[in-house]
Write a protein that binds this ligand. Sequence first.
Ligand SMILES: *Cc1c(COP(=O)(O)O)cnc(C)c1O
Length: 359
Amino acid sequence: MNRIHNFSAGPAILPLEVLQKAQEEFVDYKGTGTSIIEKSHRGADYVEVDAKARERLVQLLGLGDDFEVMFLQGGASTQFLMAPYNFLSEGETADYINTGTWSTKAIKEAKRFGNVNEAFTSADSNFHRVPTDDELSLTDDAKFVHFTSNNTIFGTQFPLEPETNGVPLVCDASSDFLSRPIDISKYGIIYAGAQKNLGPAGVTVVIVNKQFLATSNKSDIPTMMNYNTHAGKMFNTPPVFGVYMVGLVLEWIQEKGGLDYFKTFNEEKAGLLYNEIDADDFYRGTAEERSRSNMNVCFRLGNEDLEAKFLTEAKAYHLDALKGHRSVGGIRASIYNACPRESVVALVDFMKDFRSKNG
Ligand SMILES: *Cc1c(COP(=O)(O)O)cnc(C)c1O
C-alpha cells in the first residue's frame, strides 16, 4: 500500500483504521448479506449505527438532555441559511463575526431574514486574524452571535469561544469540530460539514440546544428547513453512508483518548510546522500569531515562482495537496485529527531541505 502524505483541506484525510474497517465490513455488513447502504434506514442495523453515532457525540462533547443531534444534508452551506431561517425575523438582529470567506457567505444568507450586525471584520487585512473579545461590537438584544471557529482558507482559529455575555453562539465548526474540547453550554447551535475533520462529504452534524430551539417561533419555515422537523426523529432518509463513516471516526476518536488527546496532538503537530516557519524569514506565516490555526497552517515563500517550485518538489516526496486557497495563495497544510504525525514530520523535513537548497 502506498498512501501519500495527504494535506487536503477537504474532503480530507480519514484515519486509515477507519477506511480499513469500512472496507472489511462493506460488502457484507456484520454477516447480514448486504452492505449498510443497501438496507432500510428504519431497520435495526441502521438504527443501531445512527444511535451509536449519536451516543458517541453525547459522550465526546458531554451533551446533556438539553441538546438535539441531527445528521442533515446540504453541507455547512445549507446551515448558513437554515440557522437564520429558524432564528431571525424581520426587525430582529443577529451578530456575525466576519473572519473570512465562510462567515461572509453566512452573513449573505442571514440578511435575507433580519438585521445583521457585523460585530467584527478582518477583511481589511485579508482575514489574517480573529478578534479579541474587546474588539467585538455586539448588539444588546442580539438573537445569537455567529462565528466560524476555524477559518479553513486563511488559517486562523479562535483560541476560545468569543465572550457574548450569555447570548447563544451559533458556530460553523466545519474545519475544527472535535479537534479540541469546547464549552458546549455556550452554544445554541454548532454545525459542521463532515468532510474536513469527521468523515466523508454528504452529512452535516448539527447540534442544537433545546431551549434555544424553543425560542424559534416562526411559522413559515419550509418543512426540510425547520430544525423542529429533524429534532428527536428521523424525518426522511438520512445520509446513511456518511453517518456510518462518522460513527467509525467517532469510535476512533474515543479509542485514541477523546478531545483532550486531540487537543494536545493537534497542538503538537501544528507546533512543529509553525516552529519551522518561524525559524527565519524564508517561510512567512500568513496569520497573526495569536490567531493561528492548528488545523490549516498557511504560509508564503519569497515569491510565487519559489512557491510553485516548492509544490512541485513536494509532490516528489509524496507530500500532496499543499497549494493554498486561491484567495490567499502560497502554501496550506491541512492537518486535521486524522493527519498522522509522520506526515507533518515529513513535511518539516522537506521544508528544511528546500530552504537549504533555495535559501
Ligand atoms: C468547507 C467549509 C464550509 C463549506 O462546507 P460545505 O459542506 O461545502 O457546504 C463552510 N464552512 C467552513 C468553515 C468550511 O471549512
